[in-house]
Each structure stands twice: as C-alpha cells, then as structure tokens.
Design a protein around this ligand. Sequence first.
Ligand code: NAD
Length: 269
Amino acid sequence: MKLKGRVAIVTGAAGGIGRASANLFAKEGARVTLVDVKKEALDETLALIQKEGGDARISLTDVGVEEQVKDCVDETVRGWGRVDILFNNAGIVLVKFLEDTSEREWDRLMSVNLKSIFLGVKHVVPHMRRQGGGVILSTASISSFGGQFKTPAYVASKGAVMLLTRSLAMDYGADSIRVNCICPGITYTPMLEEHLEASGDPEGVLKQRLTRVPLGQVLTPEDIARGALYLVSDDSKGVTGIAHVVDGGITAGFEYDRAWTQPPRAGKH
Ligand SMILES: NC(=O)c1ccc[n+]([C@@H]2O[C@H](COP(=O)([O-])OP(=O)(O)OC[C@H]3O[C@@H](n4cnc5c(N)ncnc54)[C@H](O)[C@@H]3O)[C@@H](O)[C@H]2O)c1
C-alpha cells in the first residue's frame, strides 16, 4: 500500500476525477476527507470507499469560502491527527465568450478553480510544516499550456494554477512540502459532458477532438487518478513544481489532421 498511515483531503470528490482519486487513495491505505458541495453524490463516493473497506469522511465545503476551508482542514486534523495530502481538484467550466461572461460568472469560476488553491494551501501548510512535510497536488489542465475556443475564463484559471504550483514549490521546498499539478486531457466526467453539451453537437465535437489525440480515445477518471497517486505518493519523492500531463498525447504536437492520415479507432489501454 502506497499511502498507508497518510491522511488526505480530496476536493471535488463527488464525481469524476475526484471520486476516482479518493477511491484509489483509500485503496492504497489513506484516510480521506471527501470535499464537495454535492451532498448526495458525496455520500455515494463515501459508500463506494466504505464498501471496499476504506476509511473516509465527508465534508460539505465550498472550496472558495475561507471559513469553510479552514473548518474542513481543522476537522480533518482533529479527527485523524494530521494531514499529509491536499488534492485541490474541484473545478468548474464555463463555455462562453468573454464579452458574454458576467462579472459574477468570472468571479465564481476563479473562486472555485484558483482561489480554492490559495485557501487550501494557506490552511494545510502550518499543519504540514509542524509534521515535517506533506504533498499538495492541484488539477490544472492541458488548457494550462494554450488557448481553447470559447472558454477564456477557464483557460486563464488553469494557466494560473500551473504557475501558482511552481511558485509554491519554491516557497515550501525547504519545509519538505512538495507541490505539483496534474494536467488531464479529454477525460470522461460530468464536466466533459457539460462542456460537450454546450457545443450543441456533443458527438460531432468529441469525434473531431479525438482526431487530435494520438491515443485516439477519451481518458477515464481512473487514468488521471493513477497519475495523481504517483504525485502524492513516495514514488515521486524527488518531484516538485511539475505539471504532469496525462492527455493521451494531445499536447505532443500541432498536427490536427489525423483524420487525413489515419482515422481515429477505438483502442484499448
Ligand atoms: N474532464 C476533463 O476533460 C478535464 C480536463 C482537464 C482538467 N479537468 C479538471 O479536472 C478537475 C475535476 O473535474 P471533473 O472533470 O472530474 O469534473 P466533475 O464536474 O465531475 O468534478 C468537479 C467537482 O467539483 C465540485 N465543485 C464545484 N464547485 C465546487 C465548490 N465551490 N466547492 C467544492 N466542490 C465544488 C463539483 O460538485 C464536482 O463534483 C477540474 O478541476 C477540471 O477543471 C477536467
């Protein structure tokens, strides 16, 4: 077991990548605080983990509200005596041109995708320092590296997550706190469904997007969870400040004409 004895906080644990990661961390021996704003879906994640013999608790916390984040961290430490891993994974997408975006929408997106990391890190670092170290992981995106159509606020937030990660890695290395981010490509989750639905042609858009993916398939939340496990376990003991890409190869090149050379095909891992 790679995380035996460790205590983890995973945000956005009600579904998608957060649920798969929390489940995997628990299987690897971690006790996990499951954070989200969706009570019913959080309960489902908890049941899933407990069914497999894992140890977890839920925390209904809005990751953009400081008081709630502080309470969540304090309760975790009160309950289990420590916090070794913070996985800042909660996120939202907004498929809108900039001029159609309201100030409220912009602020909400930045609050969930970026301010959440500021708040989480602010409140776990004193505990980690006292313990002699810890690991912080945040979910960035392939959108951290370049623009994407009709999602300017989202792309701006994910670019910032990557540079915040690098900066924090520099600040906290001396405390033996490692800070990294993971950059998923096209991953099958409720967020992807929402993103595709907003296009008006989910199947067509997905098919077109997959022409840019060398591995030719949509990733699963479990694919990303395995990358996250690497970054929060001692397997990555010497690694800090990186953006770990798990994207089926989409950022490997600039060629978008795969359809011309080779049609996408359903493959197996
Ligand atoms: N799915 C993809 O293709 C993809 C690609 C790149 C990056 N990502 C990133 O992966 C992360 C996880 O997303 P996902 O794809 O699993 O989608 P998801 O919608 O299944 O999960 C996101 C979770 O965050 C929670 N959340 C939203 N606002 C919150 C708040 N204020 N407080 C607490 N929790 C909140 C949601 O309730 C949801 O359960 C996000 O940061 C997303 O930007 C996803």
